[in-house]
Design a protein around this ligand. Sequence first.
Ligand code: CP
Length: 303
Amino acid sequence: PKHLLDFQSWSRKHIEDLFETAKLMQEVLSRPVKKVPALTGFTVATVFFENSTRTRLSFELAARRMSADVLSFSAATSSLAKGESYKDTLLTLDAMGIDAYVIRTDAAGVPYQAVRWLGKPIINAGDGWRAHPTQALLDAFSLLERLGSLEGRKIAIVGDILHSRVARSNAELLPMLGAEVWLCGPATLLPSGLPKVTMTTHLHEALRDADAVMALRLQRERMDKGLLPSLPEYVAGYQITQERLGWAKPGAPLLHPGPMNRDVELEGTLADAAQSLIERQVANGQAVRMAVLYHLLVGRKSA
Ligand code: CP
């Protein structure tokens, strides 16, 4: 594939090849000197029209660790405030000689339009509610590392599914790798029309014998008033607690894409427990994003 917008043009083989490269990148990241010349001469632009900690920083480190130059665009300090459009902003950057773009927007669809505007590899770093494919890749990579295979594994994703691009991308990717995905939350925070997954409002049904559990944040910034049950009601019904995690298989890993609100979507101390993969997800994010940049810029014979 030329771009990573979602997984529509990616096959299971492409994903498995990418994960093989990510393992090589993990080896690079374990060395005292964490740098290779693979992307020397390339320039990667990170264009974030919406806030980010993990995705932006790990993409920028990923590019630098492979010796690419990085042009880091931040909406807050840009000429967007003077009325410049997304398109003109991207064309302005393109005139500076960019080879690949990592784009995040609060509006769904902008990375798809950027493919038409720019003719360069585009990586969707999260567009509105729609997709966040590199998050799903690093989640799947972390799950594979812990579980060995996702074939027939039950993965429960709990929280504000409606507003979650992470849930949508995982609902697309994890079944491609053989997993059974269960999405769970209050009825007002469950979307319709997601194929290949099971949707439920019953937490026990979602967590029972799960091989892994992922908690999601309540995205209040994207919510219409009235969508959320009260916070105490949400916590009472859906917070992932030690006791509720016990409904899953013994030792089932707990994931969270971040940013997390401790003691809301999950019991705060669980994030630091042995079952938690949260820091591992962040570490793997860098290796997976190195692999994505490498595959899109340099290419692979099998891709
Ligand atoms: N998981 C995730 O996308 O985090 P950031 O918003 O901090 O990039």
